[in-house]
Design a protein around this ligand. Structure first.
Ligand code: IMP
Ligand code: MG
Length: 191
């Protein structure tokens, strides 16, 4: 499945987005964001842990290559209730380190599914009086339309299937995959 033959390849049924497609898309998104923010001193990237870490790391460097100055901050949130269905009620596990008042914030997200987490997060960031808040999401699922969340920059629209890799996990595993794929049904049976 994967190019190099990682331990995980046997667990992957299908690659949805390849390593190369990710690389090209990250560069493309960075070019857009760098152009849109060319008038600001620096962009405050806010990464939502943990799923967005790979994207954050690659996206930040791509912005740097485009001549865009950035700062990084990290938030960790968790939704109450069932793991499989997002309730929209969010608890902050790790808050921002710095004040974002007057800053141009770009939220870096791995994937927008129901959009409930993001919808809550945007209200929270706006309440902290950022000068502007936009979202860049590598992936988006069709259900995201249910909640009207304005996501300005989207990498890939993917089908409503559970995906892993490039930061996204199943039970904390598969985050290190360099691509995004769908697990073999047997993996769930083992879990
Ligand atoms: P929602 O948009 O509030 O439903 O939740 C989005 C979050 O759920 C993402 O930031 C991911 O952490 C997680 N998530 C959603 N879909 C998937 C998936 O297919 N694989 C792994 N994590 C997912
Ligand atoms: Mg996430």
């Amino acid at each position: 499945m994967g190019e190099a033959g990682g331990w995980y390849d046997a667990d992957i049924q299908r690659v949805i987005v390849s390593e190369e497609q990710i690389r090209e898309k990250v560069d493309e998104l960075a070019r857009k964001v760098a152009a849109d923010y060319s008038h600001v001193d620096s962009v405050m990237l806010v990464c939502v842990l943990k799923g967005a870490i790979m994207f954050m790391a690659d996206f930040a460097r791509a912005l740097g290559r485009e001549g865009c100055r950035i700062e990084m901050d990290f938030m960790a949130v968790s939704s109450y209730g069932q793991r499989a269905t997002s309730s929209g009620v969010v608890r902050i596990l790790k808050d921002l380190d710095r004040d974002i008042a007057g800053r141009h914030v770009v939220v870096v997200e791995d994937i927008i599914d129901s959009g409930l987490t993001l919808s809550w997060l945007l209200k929270y960031l706006e309440s902290r009086t950022a000068a502007s808040v936009e979202v860049v999401a590598l992936l988006r699922k069709p259900d995201a339309i249910k909640v009207q969340v304005p996501v300005k920059y989207v990498g890939f629209d993917i089908p409503t299937e559970f995906v892993v890799g490039y930061g996204l996990d199943f039970a904390e595993r598969y985050r290190e995959l360099p691509y995004i794929g769908i697990l073999n049904p047997g993996v769930y049976a083992r879990a």
